[in-house]
Design a protein around this ligand. Structure first.
Ligand SMILES: *[C@@H]1O[C@H](CO)[C@@H](O)[C@H](O)[C@H]1NC(C)=O
Ligand SMILES: *[C@@H]1O[C@H](CO)[C@@H](O)[C@H](O)[C@H]1NC(C)=O
Ligand SMILES: *[C@@H]1O[C@H](CO)[C@@H](O)[C@H](O)[C@H]1NC(C)=O
Ligand SMILES: *[C@@H]1O[C@H](CO)[C@@H](O)[C@H](O)[C@H]1NC(C)=O
Length: 348
């Protein structure tokens, strides 16, 4: 006599036998129909069959990477991956179109500009850190503007710095005002190059040297392309008093202390592995070496109470990317190079 449980097992096995082979043969078509759903969801159209096939190839490569990364999850808080608006790009295209892949070059250009920080950052106030709050989230304090979307304008360096100027200005004045990223895109000197890329530390140095008054976004609106500079120092605006640009590898406590006692910071990061990021805490497979830094973001807080202590990172790829525009990065191992170049600032 077959027990109920056995019967279920037997049926299950028969079911597998019947369907396993056809499912495998249909794998190709499954990917194709998944691709059609993806195109619909993200409202994508391609010019011709050649391009369609090329994008389908990139899409399949993304599916493989998504599988690989999801297999590494060790906790249900670990980052999870799936289809995003970037999933029809090959990794090198993603790097080209949405990140800055010229770190060495930018580093060379920077050498002509002394961005060594104001003495402040060298004689650090807080070394041995004690009494840090377990959780800091500047979003809850009303000093963080909505998530930006840089689209294909490679000005993460300007967005991430202006975001922190906005926050520091709001902390000081108790008024949150959206400031002009376009002004930095159009006007910044010191080898900064608008939507074709730039560097957060030389931007800050330029703000200070030229006593730049940063206008509001309303006065100097965002166009997401590099245009002629339309600002001058006869207008009112927010000025930077001092800034730091420091390597804090093995000293992430100092990042936490800055977040707790000072305010949000801007940092360089390697975002290559974020292409298909959906949420959760990034813990692995994100090269931290300085030469791979290809993006800049704002850190708006941290959470040490979590099972996986992490930073709260605000990205600039729209609210429809990641976790409502945010990415969570584990604290402690310079994950994604988050501690290589950290920049804090003060407004006048
Ligand atoms: C879909 O894309 C087309 C062409 O790019 C655009 O005109 C249309 O407004 C988009 N629709 C939605 C819902 O995004
Ligand atoms: C197909 O579209 C791509 C991308 O727009 C274009 O570069 C290519 O020349 C097109 N090919 C044909 C055969 O029209
Ligand atoms: C994650 O795991 C914890 C504990 O194992 C559980 O309480 C929680 O419901 C899980 N969360 C999700 C989203 O699965
Ligand atoms: C400075 O900029 C403001 C705002 O764009 C403009 O109205 C003004 O004419 C400019 N002044 C000079 C001297 O260029």
């Amino acid at each position: 006599m077959i027990t109920f449980k056995r019967c279920m097992l037997f049926l299950g096995f028969a079911f597998l036998l019947l369907f396993m082979v056809p499912i495998d043969l249909n794998k190709k078509n499954d990917d194709d129909s998944e691709f059609r759903l993806f195109l619909k969801k993200y409202n994508k159209t391609y010019n011709n069959v050649t391009e369609y096939q090329f994008r389908l190839g990139a899409f399949k490569a993304s599916l493989n990477k998504i599988n690989e990364l999801n297999n590494l999850r060790k906790s249900n808080l670990s980052a999870w991956y799936g289809l995003t608006k970037y999933s029809d790009l090959f990794e090198d295209e993603f790097l080209d179109d949405h990140l800055m892949d010229d770190y060495a070059e930018r580093q060379l250009l920077r050498n002509h500009v002394d961005t060594s920080s104001s003495e402040e950052s060298k004689s650090r106030e807080v070394r041995q850190i004690s009494g840090l709050p377990l959780k800091i989230d500047w979003r809850e304090k009303g000093v963080i503007t909505p998530v930006n979307n840089q689209h294909t304008c490679g000005a993460c360096w300007a967005f991430s710095v202006i975001e922190t100027v906005e926050a520091m200005n709001a902390i000081k004045t108790k008024k949150l005002v959206k400031l002009s990223t376009q002004q930095a895109i159009d006007c910044a000197g010191y080898n900064n190059n608008g939507c074709d890329g730039g560097d957060m530390c030389t931007l800050l140095k330029w703000f200070i040297d030229k006593k730049v008054k940063i206008q509001t976004e309303e006065q100097y609106p965002l166009h997401l392309q590099t245009e002629k500079c339309k600002s001058n120092n006869t207008v009112d605006g927010v000025q930077i008093k001092k800034f730091a640009c420091d390597s804090l590898i093995n000293d992430e406590n100092y990042i936490l202390a800055t977040l707790a006692k000072h305010g949000p910071v801007t940092t360089s990061i390697n975002a290559l592995s974020w292409q298909n990021y959906l949420g959760g805490i990034v813990q692995y497979h994100c090269n931290s070496q300085q030469k791979f830094l290809n993006h800049a973001v704002q850190i708006v807080g941290y959470d040490l109470e979590s099972e996986i202590p992490h930073y709260i990172v605000r990205n600039s790829w729209g609210e429809d990317f990641g976790d409502k525009g945010y990415v969570y990065i584990a604290i402690g191992n310079n994950i994604c190079g988050i501690a290589n170049e950290v920049s804090a600032l003060q407004v006048v």
